[in-house]
Design a protein around this ligand. Structure first.
Ligand SMILES: Cc1cc2nc3c(=O)[nH]c(=O)nc-3n(C[C@H](O)[C@H](O)[C@H](O)COP(=O)(O)O)c2cc1C
Length: 179
């Protein structure tokens, strides 16, 4: 990625829940340092046991394996959506397009009715695919591994779509765009 050409996005700060100790300067310094690693932004979607739509904004996504096709991401132990990602469960990675910062903010709020007014259609097993994204991966949970205050979720990719649009970026705690 050519970060030289990345521009700062609008001045909105993403909402995030802070656990106890969040104001610890050493923790903040560690987090600020990690934020120097620029990423894209995805919304991970699935259904809960009752069939209700769940979605979580995520920048911990990364590719893992080409053969077999595997991806991974991590979910905070505090996330209400975490228990829904059981082994074999269908979920989707919706890679956000440059203009979808509002979706990134909406799906970063815990618990709320995140799908109200959001256009989507059904993918694998009815999992929501958000409209207008850059790429979609339809996956099943392959494995979960503990990772401190997060769990790592491995996804086996069953189908994917690549629309090759300009992506939304995240760097140093702010949304950014390629110029
Ligand atoms: C840019 C950005 C990236 C995020 N990445 C992650 C992530 O990788 N894993 C995670 O658990 N939470 C991440 N979050 C926070 C979650 O989106 C937020 O805690 C989530 O919506 C919790 O929802 P829930 O409690 O309803 O499950 C991120 C938030 C933002 C703004």
């Amino acid at each position: 990625m050519n970060t030289d050409s990345a521009q700062k996005g609008p001045k909105s700060s993403p909402p995030e829940r802070e656990p106890p100790g969040a104001d610890d300067p050493s923790r903040r310094r560690f987090r600020n340092m990690l934020g120097q690693f620029a990423t894209g932004v995805a919304v991970i979607t699935t259904l809960d046991k009752g069939g209700a739509q769940l979605g979580v904004t995520c920048n911990s996504f990364t590719s893992l394996s080409l053969d077999p096709p595997l991806i991974l991401w991590s979910i905070a132990n505090s996330s209400l959506s975490g228990p829904a990602f059981t082994n074999g469960k269908a979920f989707a990675v919706n890679v956000l397009e440059a203009s979808q910062e509002d979706l990134a903010m909406r799906f970063a709020k815990t618990g709320a009715d995140k799908f109200a007014g959001v256009p989507w259609h059904e993918g694998l097993e009815g999992v929501p695919l958000l409209e207008g994204c850059v790429a979609y991966m339809e996956c099943r949970v392959d494995a979960r591994y503990p990772g401190g205050d997060h769990e790592i979720i491995l996804g086996a990719v069953e189908r994917f779509v690549n629309l090759a649009l300009a992506p939304l970026l995240f760097h140093s705690g702010e949304f950014r765009h390629f110029s």
